[in-house]
Ligand binder design. Sequence first.
Ligand SMILES: [Zn+2]
Length: 204
Amino acid sequence: MIRLPAFAAVLAALLLAAPALASAEDGDVLVQAGHEGRPESCARLHVKACNLGTAGSGAREMEWTAAVADETTRVLRAHGYTVLRRPADYEGSDSARAAVFLHFDGASPCASGASVGFPSTTSRAFVGGWERAYRAWFPFRFVGENFTENEHKYYGFRKVDAPEKMLIEFGEMTCPAQFAWMAPRLREMGDRLAAFLMAQVPPR
Ligand SMILES: [Zn+2]
């Protein structure tokens, strides 16, 4: 015979453990806007390394990452893709066919440029495809692949189960020339990223 209070305690423990999984979703593409929602989300979700991102000439990185992520998402959805549009911090983890994490760099002025970061599971074709496309358009320096440990071991990679994951640094906001070139092109950046993703992840 089960005593009811003990059963209720077990049930309560199970229910308390459940919310961690509650927001897991499956989609075609996950698009994360770097730093978006911080610092509020760091306090709420107990994120200790609350990196708020860089800024330049009166614009914050998290505004730019959100603008590009929104446009990428809009185009992909218009073409029938299921997009998981994520901020910097969120509960649960997802699965997708490809995941991109959007950032702009900050450095001592003009010491940096565009770059990419990815885990070892991401294919050479995915990384190479983006680099070729972006380098043909972006008229400044491409500084490399996984050039910091932060890029190689980005925390966001652990939040999604996807065969292709890549962090994209579109350019350096703290370099006035790069800033001036990028500022009027955030929408086109999103369109180009969407076109790349549609080529890499064919419609189902
Ligand atoms: Zn960033």
